[in-house]
Design a protein around this ligand. Sequence first.
Ligand code: 5GP
Ligand code: ZN
Length: 113
Amino acid sequence: MTHSDDKCIFCLIVKETIPSLKVYETEHSLAFLDINPVSDGHTLVIPKYHAVTITDLPDEYLADIGPVVKKIAIATGATAYNVLQNNGKLAFQHVDHVHFHVIPKTNDKDGLV
Ligand code: 5GP
Ligand code: ZN
């Protein structure tokens, strides 16, 4: 991992210091199940590079993550889903490492982050 922060929970997941349920990965991106899912299959897609917001993320990593988000959305099998990405505390970002939520919607009880 080229740019990492040992105090960041998602960097520790990339390094496998903290376990996660991995779904898919590329050289630059990792997809794993959210620990507190708001619907079945709620998945997080992150860059293997520590950046707090997408404006801090090098384009190379941003370019890699889009196709991974698409692949995960297809893999869930859901025809309805939300892709959410929060930047900054005011925008409800709680983990300070860029992440895209892929949230399948199969019934009207499925929530949002
Ligand atoms: P945010 O609110 O920052 O957009 O989303 C952070 C997400 O990370 C939340 O949905 C939360 O459940 C998830 N999360 C926080 N810590 C962990 C963890 O240690 N493992 C996993 N798999 N997900 C986590
Ligand atoms: Zn990080």
